[in-house]
Write a protein that binds this ligand. Structure first.
Ligand code: IPM
Ligand code: MN
Length: 353
């Protein structure tokens, strides 16, 4: 007797447009899974700025322990309206999103960029845009090592120390080489700022060069982050897989989203590749409180994140089903202005095609 495959999903819709886009992603994921006879059970966790204001909980240890029991997490967006003065800046981002990335050891922050036919790039000659940024997820200046001295005085000092461990860099770079090795172009570009950040830069470079010797089939390249932003604008087709640190990856993937049809198509996997904790999948965009509740947000990034989630759990065929539906929907509706649920329904319908 073979067991029916099943997915025990946690869903964190969050704030702003998070709930709207996640609802569409969940619909599409559930239907695609059903078509492939995969059972999905979903448990919703009402975390976010609204939940904090109502209950005082950002993310308790108890909730974290419950989240840890799931196969994967589908995440919308968290963050208060910046016009509100009730929520301190960065509190929700740090205590929920970053807390989960760190606690569940999401050391790979995977961000594919593809200009789908039908999507519009602001570049005059975008060429073939199809690359993946492997952003480090748990270190760098995000690690929270810093503080303030002499607060409130003219001599006030603020520090944000960038933490870079040999272990963290090696597992990141190895993952990136493995990924590059599965792709047609087999090209891996390291992006850093080794001419200024000489200490972290040297560690990244040394490990990159060491691991490279084990992947002679993969072509390697290096760019400083500033030059990389130029090439991403003038010749994005030169990129295949990019590996970079947490902060450079954050900035670069917003630019990558912008050139690839907009941030409404950018999906992200916060991945624990050792599978010691559930991985978490989200759109790169934030909670966009200014358009929340207006049925204006594009759910495609969340839907593509759901496909990444399925792929991570080993359901390649089901993930590809969703990717194909997104592609078909975009090709059929180039440049159309549509509502959140309209896009979700169109992608859902394209699944059965
Ligand atoms: C992202 C976001 C986060 C980050 C913020 C909200 C903490 O910008 O996922 O890119 O900087 O990683
Ligand atoms: Mn970002």
């Amino acid at each position: 007797m073979t067991e029916t495959p099943s997915i025990n999903l946690a869903v964190i819709p969050g704030d702003g447009i998070g709930p709207e886009v996640v609802a569409q992603a969940q619909r599409v994921l559930t239907r695609a899974a059903e078509l492939d006879q995969i059972a999905v059970t979903a448990t919703e966790y009402p975390l976010g700025a609204g939940h904090w204001l109502a209950t005082g909980e950002t993310l308790s240890e108890e909730t974290k322990a419950k989240l840890a029991t799931h196969d994967a997490i589908l995440f919308g967006a968290v963050g208060a309206d910046p016009r509100s003065t009730q929520v301190p800046s960065g509190l929700i981002e740090r205590e929920i999103l970053l807390n989960l990335r760190f606690s569940f050891d999401h050391y790979i922050n995977l961000r594919p960029s593809r200009l789908y036919p039908g999507a519009v790039s602001p570049l005059a000659n975008p060429g073939q845009i199809d690359f993946v940024v492997v952003r480090e997820g748990t270190e760098g200046p995000y690690a929270g090592n810093g503080g303030v001295l002499r607060a409130g005085t003219p001599e006030e000092i603020a520090t944000e120390v960038s933490l870079n461990t040999a272990h963290g860099i090696e597992r990141l770079i190895r993952y990136a080489f493995e990924l590059a090795n599965t792709r047609d172009k087999k090209k891996l570009t390291l992006i850093h700022k080794t001419n200024v950040l000489v200490n972290a830069g040297a560690l990244y470079t040394r490990i990159f060069n060491q691991v490279a010797t084990q992947y002679p089939q993969v072509t390697t390249d290096y760019l400083h982050i500033d030059a990389a932003t130029i090439f991403l604008t003038t010749d994005p087709a030169r990129f295949d897989v990019i590996v970079t640190d947490n902060l450079f990856g954050d900035i670069l993937t917003d630019q990558a989203g912008a050139i690839s049809g907009g941030i409404g198509y950018a999906a992200c996997g916060n991945i624990n590749a050792d599978r010691t904790f559930p991985s978490m999948f989200e759109p790169v965009h934030g909670s966009a409180p200014d358009i929340a509740g207006l049925n204006k947000a594009n759910p495609t990034a969340s839907i593509l994140a759901a496909a990444m989630l399925l792929r991570h759990l080993g359901y390649e065929g089901t993930a590809a089903r969703i990717d194909r539906a997104v592609e078909a929907d975009l090709a059929a509706n180039p440049g159309a202005t549509r509502g959140t649920d309209e896009i979700g329904s169109a992608i859902l319908a394209a699944l059965d095609a």
